[in-house]
Design a protein around this ligand. Structure first.
Ligand code: MOS
Length: 735
């Protein structure tokens, strides 16, 4: 009977695939002006002269904003606590300094989008140009120890230095990952409509309605309650829509000055510099182990670039803190270097998706050095105690993931020697990699309102970033109340609704989802109280625990009578029944909570052309309870596709002289297409984890993007004997 575990399709799916779904850019009120950004073509220096005269005379132009007439924003709080508003420190159009190519230098407002964009081309700019600092081996060597923004920057547990010296077998290697961009299908957009001189409604492509509200309030110097942020559907977020980006502030300020609603859509090319990206990493990893492949020590050090105005850290070495046990100890560290570029930001499986490339490829190297099979090597280094904090893991089914995954994949048939498997003229390679992913505990609140017709609305500021939240929330509530999921409507993405954390960190269901369960429980208690002691109570005097909910009716044990839930409201002359579910977890509990996976990949490589094709992938995951196997699988195959892009295709290429992104379009920034993706198999191997969440779930979305790339890289090594240590593994690197 339970709605949990049913493979329901997404309630908004049909609208999305038929074009009926309303996204932010569609939400502009009739007659709204359009804004277009003009961006710096240099990456370092200042604007010496900027002339808007000709642009201002162009047809349809309403106004042009530059640093000369834009309001002065108030500086934003440090953005790095995931549970508080996020933003970047850099504020737009405040002075004439240029820190990165693509930085906004003017905002044109016109009656139509074409008029605004055209007028922007008429703006004349003269720069004073300095040589930009770019990310390369030389600047990486000048990296500094940053202040902590999320986790400790450096870690050392046990005696890693002694262990590194002592091991019988050693691996030391440098792995590199490139700059990447989120490339969401839906580009960022914002619509600002002021309803009073100090009150504004902002339609926004964001994963964080309240985060945006609070940060915009700071920047504009307004009380947060004067700002409403609405974000109903998001065409891909992946972390890129969590921080507040400059265009949102500019658009809101311009709309206020002009007393007219304005719509701004970031162009695909501007998506590379107006909003965040994932910074490159250069990672040095050292493993030492016994001859049997038991890890003695791990040292993992990562360097990444950041913007001139920020201390963003990509915590790539974080993965090595938790994945495998090492008898002597584990040390990790991170450095960053400021270069002329826009602000980096989390991108789907930030930190982990990068760090696992070094760690899990190095494990493959260790397997070859010791002659221990890759799966067996990992089983030998599995641990039920978190090496970093010494706490037991709440649940950790990495063993099950490895065993069930290898069984399904047919790992036993693999012959270990590189180049030993062939099919026709192709070299066949098989690789494996495991992953650990951070679990977040954040507060979430849900209001549940039941009306007389029996329809119950689930209301929260939480988002559906495309993962199925609108659907999965109904399953949690339906399970608690013994109702079919169709009896619920879910209302999300609005700061008029009760506050939940941002839709980030794969944490939506574990936290906001838990508040749905708590709200449903509160509603059940209220209905029970009415049935026992309300007006004309059908079950007067019975004990509450004897009352059950089934198919929309309540019954008391041993009584023939049942009552429809809506009838209770009528009896008691109530138009509706409203309850709040407030989930307020402690930050850290006695257990270490993580999601886990094992990924198995098979590739075929054309030895003459260096062309790599993916044959098949089996992903085995421990994500706790799976509420909806269809949407969960959908996230997993999305993650595998995402990781395939990381392995083989994706890189944002920045010119070394001008420090501009050279491939700022989807024609140059390659992501996998359907033809690149073979059948994918997804297994869920975990058990419900009550420590992780009262509904037993752990995160799915980001985990599934982790360790696909090292599994593929290891498969390529197996096929070719070539250990490519810088991603993506493009054709030329295999020739
Ligand atoms: Mo995710 S990168 O926390 O949206």
């Amino acid at each position: 009977m339970s709605a949990i575990g049913k493979p329901l399709s997404r309630v908004e799916g049909r609208k999305k695939v038929t074009g009926g779904a309303i996204y932010t850019a569609d939400a502009a009120p009739e007659g709204a002006y359009h804004a277009a950004l003009v961006n710096s073509t240099i990456a370092n220096g200042r604007v010496k002269r900027l002339s808007t005269q000709e642009a201002a005379r162009a047809p349809g132009v309403v106004s042009i904003f530059t640093s000369a007439n834009m309001i002065r924003f108030k500086s934003l709080p440090t953005p790095w606590d995931h549970n508080r508003p996020h933003g970047q420190r850099y504020l737009p159009l405040q002075d004439d300094l240029i820190h990165y190519a693509g930085q906004p230098i003017a905002l044109v407002v016109a009656e139509t989008l074409d008029q605004a964009a055209f007028a922007g081309t008429l703006i004349e700019v003269e720069y004073e140009t300095e040589r930009p600092v770019v990310w390369n081996q030389r600047t990486a060597a000048q990296a500094y120890d940053p202040p902590q923004i999320l986790w400790p920057v450096n870690s050392s547990v046990g005696k890693p230095q002694e262990g590194l010296a002592a091991g019988a077998v050693k691996v030391e290697a440098v792995y590199a990952t490139p700059d990447r961009h989120h490339c969401q299908m839906e580009p960022h957009a914002t619509v600002a409509a002021w309803t009073a001189p100090d009150r504004v409604t902002i339609f926004e492509t964001t994963q964080s309605t309240y985060g945006y509200r609070d940060l915009i309030a700071v920047a504009l110097g307004l009380p947060p309650d004067n700002i409403e942020v609405i974000s109903k559907l998001i065409g891909g977020g992946f972390g890129g829509k969590a921080y507040v980006w400059p265009h949102t502030l500019l658009n809101a300020a311009a709309a206020r000055a002009l007393k007219h609603p304005i719509r701004l859509q970031v162009t695909r090319a501007q998506m590379f510099s107006m909003v965040g990206h994932q910074p490159a990493t250069l990672q040095t990893i050292r493993l030492s182990a016994t001859n049997e492949g038991r890890l003695v020590a791990i040292d993992h050090q990562s360097v990444s670039p950041t913007a001139m105005t920020e201390d963003y850290i990509e915590y790539a070495a974080n993965a090595s803190r938790f994945l495998w046990g090492a008898s002597s100890g584990i040390s990790t560290g991170h450095k960053i270097v400021r270069v002329n570029r826009n602000t980096p930001t989390p991108m789907r499986a930030p930190h982990e998706a990068l760090g696992h490339v070094a760690l899990e490829c190095a494990m493959d190297e260790l397997a070859y050095k010791t002659g221990v099979d890759q799966v067996e090597l990992r089983l030998r280094n599995d641990t039920m105690t978190d090496p970093y904090t010494g706490r037991p893991f709440s649940t950790r089914a990495i063993r099950q993931c490895l065993l069930q995954g290898s069984e399904r994949f047919g790992w036993a048939q693999r012959t270990p020697a590189p180049g030993s498997m062939r099919k026709g003229s192709s070299l066949i390679g098989q690789g494996v990699a495991c992953a650990v992913y951070t679990h977040w505990r954040w507060p979430g609140t849900t209001r549940m309102v039941m009306r007389r017709n029996g329809v119950i609305s689930i209301e929260s500021s939480m988002h559906d970033i495309g993962t199925g939240t609108y659907t999965v929330m109904t399953q949690v509530a339906a399970d608690e109340l013994g109702l079919p999921p169709e009896r619920f409507v879910v209302v999300l993405g609005d700061t008029r609704l009760p506050r939940s954390h941002s839709a980030i960190g794969s944490a939506t269901m574990a936290n906001a989802g838990a508040s749905v369960m708590l709200a449903a429980r509160a509603l059940r208690e209220k209905l029970t109280a009415l049935a026992i002691a309300g007006h004309d109570a059908p079950f007067a005097g019975v004990r509450p625990e004897t009352i059950s909910f089934e198919s929309g009716r309540m019954r008391a044990a041993g009584q023939p009578r049942t009552i429809e839930l809506g009838e209770l409201l009528v009896h008691n002359n109530l138009p509706e029944l409203s309850v709040i579910g407030d989930y307020n977890p402690v930050d850290e509990g006695p257990k270490a909570i993580f999601s886990f996976s094992a990924i198995f990949a098979e590739v075929r490589v054309d030895p003459e052309l260096g062309l790599v094709r993916l044959n098949r992938v089996v992903g085995a995951y421990d994500v706790g309870r799976v509420i909806n196997p269809k949407t969960a699988r959908s996230q997993a195959i999305g993650g595998i596709i995402w990781g395939t892009g990381q392995a083989l295709l994706e890189q944002s290429e920045m010119g070394p002289t001008l420090a501009r992104y050279a491939n700022r379009n989807l024609s140059g920034y390659l992501v996998p297409s359907h033809a690149d993706i073979p059948p994918l198999e997804v297994l869920f191997c975990g058990e419900p984890d009550e420590e992780a969440s009262p509904i037993g779930v752990k995160g799915i979305g980001e985990l599934t993007a982790v360790s696909v790339a090292p599994a593929i890289a290891n498969a390529i090594y197996h096929a070719t004997g070539r250990r490519v240590r810088d991603l993506p593994i493009t054709i030329e690197k295999l020739l």
